[in-house]
Design a protein around this ligand. Sequence first.
Ligand code: PXG
Length: 457
Amino acid sequence: MAAIEKRSRGDWQELDRKHYLHPFTNHKELHVQRARIITRADGVYIYDADGHKMLDGMSGLWCVNAGYGRQELIDAATRQMQELPYYNSFFQCAHPPAIELASIIREVSPAQFNRVFFAGSGSESNDTIVRMVRTYWDLMGQPERHTIISRNNAYHGSTVAAASLSGMKAMHKQSGLPIPGIVHVDQPYWFGSDQSLTPDEFGLVAARSIETKILELGPEKVAAFIGEPIQGAGGVVVPPDSYWPEVQRICDKYGILLISDEVITGFGRLGKWFGADHFKTRPDFMTFAKGVSSGYLPLGGVMVSDRVADVLIDKGGEFYHGYTYSGHPVACAVAIANIKLIQRDKLVERIRDDIGPYLQKKWATLMDHPLVGDTRMVGLMGAFEIVKTKDPLERFDEKQGVGPMCRDNLIASGLCLRAVGDTIICAPPFVLSHSEADELIETTWKALDLTQKALAE
Ligand code: PXG
């Protein structure tokens, strides 16, 4: 028996409009346009209530890395629900799925990580880090070291602390954020700059804005720096090669903790297990979520390095923090099956050596389209920039909505990508085949042509 009764698209849209408040949504607009109702999925394809088939170039929301319909993940959930659907890890309890998952995650993480704290999402995980970072410095006898530096246009989540870490002005404006002790510096977005510097020069300048901020605040007040290896929601901002080594140097120089937010980049997306492996940073914390369970169940967490964990454990007493669903057994069982699947099918290596280079090469050819002013892709995480003219470089007025127009053309043509202003971003499932990659590129061309035609009219 189906768990949810069948209704027509119109009925779903009507019920949706009446009762469902969506995340990050302008409801007034939605009530006119109506929601796109997605009803099923298989492999790399999603289907809406009208049966319209779309290649999911965003892996859901950067998470369904193993693709849809993976029986081993479904079986793992079913078996765990039968055996132990829930128990907590509070009050000196634990259960096999959480313990096993913590030890498996350690195996695929950089060497400094031996401990994991589980949460239900990336946002919760970053809230956990804020508390751990400050507790760490308290225990180190430096309670004034509480300020965390983040970046403009970063996205670290939507809870109060995670939204404060995020560098999105519109979010901050709505609820009196950021909370005290969180400050922001420049992002390493070379294409968005005036391009008077080379990318490497620009990368150094962006990194040194962290040092300037440290000196302005006083190094003895700065607890940590947080960054996504590649900014995702901000528009797949790939930093110049010079950026991360300089950030690492600055963190080392002032003894500041480095937090690598791997919610999107973790578990293989860049062709390495973590973005820290790709950029050769040595973080003290890594945030993860999304890809750990391929999004089949909500799960997030924090990798805590020995530097921090040893202090928290040896000196900290009880850490007054945790979630009912920290280490949820069913989510953990699915994550174990997901990581085993990624290992068995060598999906990380596949991104590094096969489908990654294959799609990157084709993605770069989008530069030949008159509307495309830049392309970039690392592993299976990419973007292109829509421009009005290439030489001299001129962008559209964002109010014209050319990015969203292109996104709508993409969806109508059968490809789900996302628009961040006039930047179109792409993060397909790791199991994308060569022919599906060809389809992704052909559909993108088609949608760009439709957009160009509409602009000409
Ligand atoms: N850190 C990073 C780097 C993220 O990308 C979070 C933390 C928060 O995770 P949760 O699980 O609390 O959502 C994210 C989430 C988008 C989009 O539009 C991106 C995210 C979430 C929703 C939308 O690209 N990333």
